[in-house]
Design a protein around this ligand. Structure first.
Ligand SMILES: Cc1ncc(COP(=O)(O)O)c(C=O)c1O
Length: 399
């Protein structure tokens, strides 16, 4: 077997299951899960209808590159959303469909890391989406974590990275809006990363799967391709973004997203994917076209999250050290006791499941930046989120 498999950490939800199994839960309360970032709002009916209507196309092998209609829909969406120069983002060269960003983020590291160069590094935020770490370990690179704390507004401090680390860096993962903190990187911060990528010759993989879950309709989060466009960098050189219908359109089970950006990198990534065998089924592609072409359901989705944030934060005001994130559907409160104990006791007394922040982070520079936090995913319906917030309030007041 590949010995690098032994380096992989258990997934956070395995640790959470063990934490919960160690205590008895109150029998009389309904379980409320705020732990998993799985959207629970209804998926758009027209997307499901399109999927069903095209099931007969399962009789054809799909191509890895995807049907032109899907790549066109992605090109139109990305050009409008990120204010790209018209014509700079072409359906043919700048986009590839992927079966959700998770597989793509993992595969991307396998395709990009050059093992012939000494001691490759993949830099990532900390806390982080665990796939970044697994992708690094299995690609033969060393993960290097940059702590996200209140002191840096939960954005990695790229100035703190040593010359030696940058020299060895081949790939940088960024996540904006971030999971779990919801922090959004500004266009200026993204531009600074682009200049670092040029200076040290690395690729930026920007995970933007939460980019459509924001609060102010007039102020959507910037993206890496947008930063490129503002710089006049219309070839998106060294820059690749990852987008998904999972959160935007409440379709986590559809397994549909895209990667986009630097055409030279995508050409090689397509070659890798052809061998990996991860072509998206044609009915899924056609359903995805319908989803990318509609914004009405996404606006409704944002409204529903906004309502939940307002209700929950009103209840938690003065109870926990927590604020509305820049974007995403997560709250990242600082806990009055260690996050892991907080999560366990909250489950034991109130049957509300939240995820200990330490499970989403590693120790770096002597601290685990998630240790004093828990992650709350406001995915449950409004009434359940309100119920959960009230139970969290009672729990904190009982400490
Ligand atoms: C930061 C981040 N990236 C990527 C993903 C993967 O999403 P999907 O594969 O559904 O696109 C998730 C899912 O929770 C996530 O939180």
């Amino acid at each position: 077997m590949n010995l690098d498999l032994n380096l992989l950490h258990p997934y956070p939800f395995e640790k959470l299951a063990a934490l919960k199994a160690a205590v008895t839960q109150p029998a009389d309360l309904k379980d409320i899960m705020l732990s998993i970032g799985e959207p629970k709002h209804e998926p758009p009916a027209f997307v499901l209808e399109t999927l069903v209507k095209n099931l007969n196309k399962l009789s054809n092998y799909p191509t890895t590159k995807g049907i032109p209609e899907l790549r066109e829909a992605i090109a139109t969406w990305a050009t409008t959303r990120f204010k790209l120069h018209v014509g700079s983002f072409t359906a043919d060269k700048h986009a590839l469909p992927v079966n959700g960003t998770r597989e793509a983020l993992f595969a991307f590291a396998q395709a990009t890391i050059d093992r012939t160069k000494p001691d490759p590094i993949i830099v990532s935020p900390n806390p982080f989406y665990q796939i970044y770490e697994g992708a690094a370990l299995l690609s033969g690179a060393e993960p290097h974590f940059l702590n996200c704390t209140p002191a840096n507004n939960f954005i990695p401090d790229f100035d703190s990275v040593s010359e030696d680390v940058w020299q060895r860096t081949q790939l940088l993962f960024v996540c904006s809006p971030g999971n779990p903190t919801g922090a959004v990187m500004s266009s200026a911060q993204l531009k600074k990363l682009i200049s670092l990528a040029d200076k040290y010759d690395f690729i930026i993989a920007s995970d933007e799967c939460y980019s459509e879950l924001y609060f102010d309709e007039k102020n959507p989060p910037a993206g890496l391709l947008q930063a490129c466009a503002e710089l006049g960098r219309d070839d998106f050189s060294r820059c690749v973004v990852f987008h998904s219908l999972s959160k935007r359109s409440n379709l986590p089970g559809l397994r549909s997203g895209f990667v986009a950006g630097d055409a030279k990198i995508l050409e090689k990534f397509l070659l890798y994917r052809t061998y990996h065998g991860c072509a998206m089924p044609v009915p899924t592609q056609l359903a995805s076209v319908a989803a990318w072409q509609d914004e009405t359901h996404v606006i409704e989705n944002r409204k529903a999250y906004n309502e939940k944030f307002d209700a929950v934060l009103t209840i938690l005001d003065g109870v926990l050290d927590v604020k509305k994130p820049d974007a995403s559907f997560y709250l990242w409160p600082k806990t009055p006791i260690k996050g892991e104990l907080f999560a366990q006791k909250l489950f034991e007394t109130q049957k509300v499941t939240v995820l200990p922040g330490s499970y989403l982070a590693r120790e770096a520079d002597g601290i685990n930046p998630g240790e004093d936090y828990v992650r709350l995913a406001l995915v449950a319906p409004l009434a359940e989120c309100i119920d959960a917030a009230q139970r969290i309030k009672s729990f904190v007041q009982s400490l």
